[in-house]
Structures are given as C-alpha cells and as structure tokens.
Ligand binder design. Structure first.
Ligand code: IDP
Ligand code: MG
Length: 137
C-alpha cells in the first residue's frame, strides 16, 4: 500500500466541499491514513511549495493557501499517488476531464480545490511535512 497527500484548499473548505471531496476518495478505494484541519502560516506554505519558488504565481499561491483553513489528509491504497491524481484532474479546471474533482469543485487554475502529490518521492516528503509517524495509521 502506498500513501499520498491531499489538501482540500481554502476555496473548497470555504464552500463546504470538504465532505464531498473526501467521499470521492472513499468511493474509489482510498482509506484515510491521517488528517488535520489547520491554517498554514506563510513559512509553512512556502516550504510546502518550495519547488515552485521561482514561478511567477508563487507569491499569489502562498497568499491563497494561507487565506483560510485547509484539510490536510493522508490517504492510502495501492497506487495511491497515481490514482489520486487521476481522480483530481488537470491543474486548470477548464482542462479537467468530466467527473474529476477539479472539474466539479475548482474555480480557477489557482483556486483549484485540491492538492495531490505528483510522485511517490513528493508524497513521502509531503506526508512527512505535515504528519509525524505516530499520527499516521
Ligand atoms: P498541481 O497542483 O496540479 O500539481 P502545480 O503545477 O504543481 O499543479 O502547481 C501547484 C499549484 O499552483 C496549483 O495547484 C495551483 O493552485 C497553482 N498554479 C499552478 N499554475 C498556476 C498558474 O499558472 N497561475 C496561478 N496559479 C497556478
Ligand atoms: Mg504539483
């Protein structure tokens, strides 16, 4: 079994989509492994998105991710990383396939409802960034 990290972003939490988004994963064979409801500070969000620090949207992304609470969730399943990305859909909701989480819940390329780890390596970093071993089942 593999773990991945998802974050229900501030836009989706604010619109009360957290439960619907978690349900999508539960309906598709994922099991909850860890969860926390937090508001990130600037340093936490910058560290999480450090791979994007040179991108033009970095400052705006950090402002958005710290603008309200987020639901940080570790999920497990065989092929969790790849299968979660498939359920989540393309970064820009206008390019996301029908039935994906971003197609149904995202507002824009930035306010796109959810984060999902993009590789097994980033999943390991990201799960560890939010959870201690004893906080994961
Ligand atoms: P991903 O979340 O689909 O993996 P990334 O390219 O890793 O997409 O970008 C991280 C996050 O940065 C996106 O989910 C989105 O919130 C934001 N983002 C990505 N590209 C843009 C952009 O061109 N403009 C504004 N925000 C963007
Ligand atoms: Mg990414």
């Amino acid at each position: 079994m593999e773990r991945t990290l998802i974050i229900v972003k501030p836009d989706a939490v604010g619109k009360n989509f957290s439960g619907d988004i978690i349900k999508r994963f539960e309906n598709n064979g994922f099991k909850l492994s860890g969860a926390k409801f937090i508001k990130m500070d600037k340093k936490k969000a910058e560290g999480f998105y450090y791979v994007h620090k040179e991108r033009p949207f970095f400052g705006s992304l950090v402002d958005f991710m710290t603008s309200g609470p987020v639901f940080v969730i570790s999920l497990k399943k065989d092929n969790a990383v790849k299968d979660a990305r498939k359920l989540i859909g393309a970064t820009n909701p206008s390019n996301a396939e029908a039935g994906t989480i971003r197609k149904d819940f995202a507002e824009s390329i930035e306010r796109n409802a959810i984060h999902g780890s993009d590789s097994t390596e980033s999943a390991q970093f990201e799960v560890g960034y939010f959870f201690k071993a004893e906080e994961l089942l």
